[in-house]
Design a protein around this ligand. Structure first.
Ligand SMILES: [Zn+2]
Length: 224
């Protein structure tokens, strides 16, 4: 271990965010990471699960992968990052995402050759200062898949206030795609999928642009 790292650890000791045991590099210790209630990548495509297929409307997606349900610590860390700009929450989520992504890759799921991160509308991006999806998934995927900056999003009324039908209408007109995706196998990445309306609207656009496979991917799925 380098002298600078030894000094850094002595001056700024790190502790696991869950059990508070001292750790060297990460945000969570391995036992706490392994104990998180994540989906099992061995299950493969989550759309093959009856409970998930009945809850999320993703007719333009060939598959779905995710880390876990939107509750407990995953919900807390996502809120800490998105609403309170806590950098530590980004480190925690990146560690969870890297762990889960690696397991999905071991299972050879999903079959994709490029990723598209669901963008924020410009006013929201300027206001928040960062896209929380890029901040968490960006560095994890960056080494393995090209991230295509081809999707943009207009400002629409906030999704939380709308019912399912209004969400679908709201999202249908929201996205613009800047280039053809002929023959591409795309991973569409968002932080939370609540009904599927947002990510499916983007998937529909990718399909029309020539993508042959589209997988939805999220940090969390909102439970029913
Ligand atoms: Zn721990």
């Amino acid at each position: 271990m380098s002298l600078s790292r030894v000094l850094a650890q002595a001056l700024f000791p790190r502790y696991c965010a869950c059990c508070q045991c001292p750790i060297a590099h990460a945000a969570l210790c391995t036992p706490c990471l392994e104990a998180l209630p994540l989906f099992f990548p061995e299950e493969g495509n989550l759309l093959l699960r009856a409970d998930i297929q009945s809850q999320f409307s993703l007719p333009d997606c060939d598959g779905l992968i995710a880390c876990g349900w939107y509750h407990g610590v995953l919900k807390r860390w996502l809120c800490d990052l998105k609403l309170r700009q806590r950098r530590h929450a980004a480190a925690l989520l990146r560690q969870v995402i890297a762990y889960q992504w690696q397991h999905y890759c071991t299972e050879q799921v999903p079959d994709v050759d490029a990723a598209i991160i669901i963008p924020l509308p410009w006013p929201r991006l300027i206001n928040r200062g960062f896209n929380q999806v890029m901040q968490t998934w960006g560095s994890v995927l960056n080494d393995q898949l090209p991230i295509l900056p081809v999707l943009s999003k207009r400002m629409t009324p906030t999704q939380q206030t709308l019912d399912r039908r209004a969400r679908l209408y709201n999202q249908r007109q929201a996205f613009t795609l800047a280039s053809a995706l002929t023959g591409r196998r795309i991973l569409l990445v968002d932080d939370v999928i609540t009904t599927g309306a947002t990510i499916n609207a983007a998937a529909q656009l990718c399909r029309r642009a020539g993508a042959t496979q589209i997988w939805a991917c999220a940090t969390c799925l909102t439970p029913a």
